[in-house]
Design a protein around this ligand. Structure first.
Ligand code: ADP
Length: 224
């Protein structure tokens, strides 16, 4: 489904370029949940941003269902690490979740229903009228996940989605991702620096080297 070939990226001016990713190639099959793990600064977010069409790589290609990704494709959603900067504080929880649906041409009623269903999926059925800042950190990240689910993506990209919550909430959210994946037919690419998490949620763990990121290992998780 997702095919990343020889992806390289550098930041900064050419004479002082900082290489973030070096010739990364990766294939993700339909329905797989792949964890990408590596130390801070190894290029995980850069890889995810290129896969999402948010960043044009210096070299290499990203293909989704065979089509080259050169902008954010349909059927793709991203959950960012920092919910406090990704949710809009002036919109209610429901309007935050429904926001990406504004461009789909659906009626207001249909968007509202889809937002309600997504909130129910993440275990927050009664929070639609509240504001993000009235919820705990873990609940806000659930809202961010609901927003990603509302447009029923085929491919969900998660960039250290549980990095900003406490340990117990993190475990709950890991289980939530596994439940959501069982319930909805989705392919998930999850970036994390937490090795336990990468094994717990992933079918496969792709290990990156310290920057510039290269693929060090690509390991199937055979544990029950
Ligand atoms: P990770 O997600 O693994 O922590 P990143 O992809 O965020 O790594 O960053 C990889 C490297 O690229 C780091 O050294 C980081 O400082 C650098 N970097 C990331 N974004 C930018 C940017 N917009 N401008 C300059 N350097 C950047």
């Amino acid at each position: 489904m997702l095919e990343i070939t020889d992806l390289s990226h550098s930041y900064g001016p050419p004479d002082r370029a900082h290489r973030a990713l070096d010739q990364v190639s990766l294939r993700v099959a339909d329905g797989e949940l792949v964890s990408i793990v590596g130390p801070s600064g190894c290029g995980k977010s850069t890889l995810l941003r290129c896969a999402a069409g948010l960043l044009t790589p210096a070299a290499g290609t990203v293909r989704l269902d065979g089509a080259q990704v050169d902008r954010v494709p349909d059927g793709l959603a991203v959950v960012f690490q920092d919910y406090s900067r990704s949710l809009l504080p002036w919109l209610s929880v429901r309007d935050n979740v429904a926001l990406p649906l504004r461009h789909t041409g659906q009626s207001r009623r249909a968007r509202r229903d889809a937002a309600g269903a997504a909130l129910a999926t993440v275990g927050l059925p009664d929070t639609g009228d509240r504001y993000p800042w009235q919820l705990s950190g873990g609940m806000q990240q659930r809202v961010a996940i609901a927003r990603a689910l509302a447009c029923d993506p085929r491919l969900l990209l998660m960039d250290e989605p549980f990095g900003s919550v406490d340990a117990q909430t993190r475990e709950d959210l890991e289980d939530l991702v596994l439940a959501v994946r069982r319930e909805r037919d989705m392919t998930i690419l999850l970036v994390t620096h937490d090795i336990d998490e990468s094994v717990y949620v992933g079918d496969r763990v792709v290990v990156l080297t310290p920057g510039p990121g290269r693929i060090r290992a690509d390991l199937p998780v055979t544990l029950p």
